[in-house]
Ligand binder design. Structure first.
Ligand code: GLC
Length: 554
């Protein structure tokens, strides 16, 4: 491995959603000791960085993305000591640890907001984004501009009777936006970040980071509808998302991280927009910005070789080395990838092969490694507030047909550890906070660990090979364009070592040469195949439908 590369350039991230990972005290809710108790699963799987979704004190209306105290732990998840133990124990096992920072907003129950809302002239009056708006006919208060929330249907402004003013809420109504133009607020947020860095955390995932700084003059967004990362938007968010000032905040945060020994903490942005825009979070400044940004296109792309090739080509173009693309195929907000792929495990194996061998940082969401699927939960039963905002009267038959899950509970159900009642997530007989998928009897960590042909073991094999093969971790990527429509082939090369990856995403067998280059005395040998039916004769790879192979070229 080149030793001038930072650890995060070759890491593999595993996202844990704490409420659903492991319940250590039998209350049906996952907790920090539960995560600590299952760190060996991460080590065994071969991931290297643990990202924990928010576990800070919160009324949990958005399952922790509505923070009431950034410096404390929600009691149902544990204590500050547990958070410290999580960092230390993970480090002891060779894992890096990333926490999740919600910088854009707080809970409406945060004492800062309670104070800010109480009058126009209290000490925290300016810590949130307040605006007068204007009075319509009949004296009705009207918001200051046309901004819509990130959920599109609701507007971004909420009326406060107490201040007779509007406050900005970019996401849900109970998540008021912090005012990052206020120097005291900024200083407090940076100090809070220092507190966690001082406790040893290796970095942060930054929640809806593209929305921190909005147009100061509150000018209207362009009303033209658009698409961003495959999702429809009712207006073009030119004044609210990815503004110039927002890129500058990335640099300020980076400076805080770089105060810490080693200069090697990592910042990963949850940011939306075209890759050419997202790249600006990393390098569009005189000083450094974020280290990585998630690339979300694979969350909504149809399973198609042609589509994937276009995406990979685009990411390679926008994030050439030393920049590092960060691939995501699942997270706690979007449909499970296996469900998106029609429940076809062969496809999931192809997806895993691509994710673990592409140039960049792969991100796995808990349960992805065992093939967890969406657990259908009707909108009326949702714990997630989104359906109550955007789909109050949507009939279930239509909801079921949507490509995305409006009720995010469906992708947040408890981790499936065992076949037992409670799935090893909680004690048998304890009602879990969300229902457990009935397929846990066969699809769970314990069962799959014993099955050499399981998806879990395929992920383990891929990640072990990746760890043992610097070319797969940090080598260059050469994507072939002269392949059949349904095929993907790329080569990863470092210091003369070449590993080829070939995949057939179609429903008919394909024969694909293992490499672009004339082999001339070199040989192609399979390192890993997703299916025993894959064969290599001479340098031709015979790929049954929905299969992949990782091949050494020597
Ligand atoms: C991000 C999180 C999501 C949360 C939202 C508001 O998109 O991933 O779960 O609801 O931000 O914080």
């Amino acid at each position: 491995m080149p030793d001038d590369l930072p650890w995060w350039a070759s890491t593999v991230i595993y996202q844990v959603y704490p409420r659903s990972f492991a319940d250590s005290n039998g209350d049906g809710i996952g907790d920090l000791p539960g995560i600590i108790g299952h760190l060996d699963h991460l080590v065994d799987l071969g991931v290297e960085t643990l990202w924990v979704s928010p576990f800070f004190d919160s009324p949990q209306h958005d399952v922790g993305y509505d923070v009431r105290n950034f410096r404390d732990v929600a009691p149902e998840y544990g204590t500050l000591d547990d958070a410290q133990a999580l960092i230390d124990e993970a480090h002891g096992k060779g894992l890096k640890v990333m926490f999740d920072l919600v910088l854009n907003h707080t809970s409406e129950d945060h004492p800062w907001f309670v104070e800010s809302r109480s009058s126009r002239d209290n000490p925290k009056a300016d810590w949130y984004v307040w605006a007068d708006g204007y009075r319509g006919r009949g004296g009705q208060p009207k918001p200051p501009n046309n901004w819509r929330s990130e959920l599109q249907l609701p507007r971004a402004w909420q009326w406060s009777e107490e201040r007779e003013q509007w406050y900005l809420a970019t996401f849900l109504w109970f998540q008021p936006d912090l005012n990052w133009r206020n120097p005291e607020l900024r200083a407090e947020m940076f100090d809070m970040i220092r507190m966690w860095l001082g406790r040893g955390v290796d970095g942060f995932r930054l929640d809806i980071f593209g929305s921190i700084m909005h147009d100061e003059a509150l000018r209207d967004n362009d009303p033209k509808p658009t698409f961003m990362n495959g999702m429809p938007r009712l207006q073009t968010p030119s004044r609210t998302v990815n503004t110039d000032e927002n890129f500058a905040v990335a640099g300020d945060l980076r400076a805080v991280c770089d105060e810490f020994e080693g200069d090697d903490r990592v910042l990963i942005g949850e940011v939306f927009g075209p890759p050419s825009t997202l790249r600006r979070y990393i390098e569009d400044q005189s000083h450094p910005g974020l280290h990585l940004v998630f690339l979300f296109e694979f969350l909504s792309a149809p399973y198609s070789a042609k589509r994937y090739r276009t995406l990979i080509e685009g990411f390679e173009h926008e994030f050439p080395a030393p920049l590092v693309p960060t691939y995501v195929v699942e997270n706690h907000d979007r449909a499970r990838s296996l469900s998106r792929m029609g429940g076809d495990l062969a496809r999931a194996r192809v997806m895993a092969a691509l994710l673990c061998t592409l140039r960049g940082v792969p991100t796995l969401y808990m349960g992805q490694e065992i093939g967890m699927e969406n657990t259908y939960i009707p909108l009326a039963d949702a714990n997630d507030p989104i359906p109550s905002v955007v789909a109050r009267r949507l009939p279930e038959w239509l909801n079921k047909k949507l490509p995305e899950r409006l009720n995010r509970d469906e992708v947040r159900t408890p981790m499936q550890w065992t076949a037992e009642p409670g799935a090893g997530f909680t004690d048998p007989g304890v009602p879990p906070w969300l229902p457990i998928h009935e397929n846990h009897r066969t699809r769970n960590v314990a069962t799959e660990r014993d099955d050499p042909g399981s998806l879990l073991n395929w992920y383990r094999d891929l990640l072990a090979l990746r760890k043992a093969t610097p070319a797969l971790q940090v080598g260059s990527l050469d994507l072939a364009t002269d392949v059949p429509d349904d095929a993907i082939r790329f080569e990863r090369t470092l210091d003369g070592t070449t590993v080829a990856v070939v995949a057939n995403l179609g429903d008919r067998s394909l024969v694909v040469p293992a490499t672009n280059a004339v082999l001339g005395g070199r040989t192609a040998a399979a390192l890993l195949v997703s299916d025993p039916g894959v064969t290599i004769a001479d340098h031709l790879v015979d790929l049954p439908p929905n299969t992949a192979a990782v091949i050494s070229i020597t």
